[in-house]
Design a protein around this ligand. Sequence first.
Ligand code: FES
Length: 148
Amino acid sequence: MIAGVGAGGLTLALAACGGTDTATGTDAPTSGDATGSAAPKAGAGESSAPQAGGAALAKTADIPVGGGTILKDQKIVVVQPTEGEFKAFSAVCTHKGCVVGSVDGGTIVCPCHNSKFNIADGAVTGGPAQGPLPEQVIKVEGDQIILA
Ligand code: FES
């Protein structure tokens, strides 16, 4: 039985072209054209800054203690459960998605089906809504309440 020699027997004839240089123009290219190729990248990334954070929502003086302000455009309700403590919640009712309508006496009220939410934590205190209003992260800088 003769075992096959296998296909590996081919000697790859790498062309050993050790002869003359193929790079003929070894002393050519300092002709000056290549110097202008520095592409300016100024201004990159400026337009991609996120818009979500840093927006001023309200002034602290505008938020009554035990109450709040509904920012319909941003769909955020900013509240002051106790003096000096500010919080913000989504103003979109977790029942059917109405924007909540009023804040009074520690309660955020949705006008659509009268769901009620506690301003301290957004929890449902009445009505058909099942879930709390999601809290939004804010920070207070000076007298400005800012979306973090
Ligand atoms: S959508 Fe708010 S109570 Fe129904």
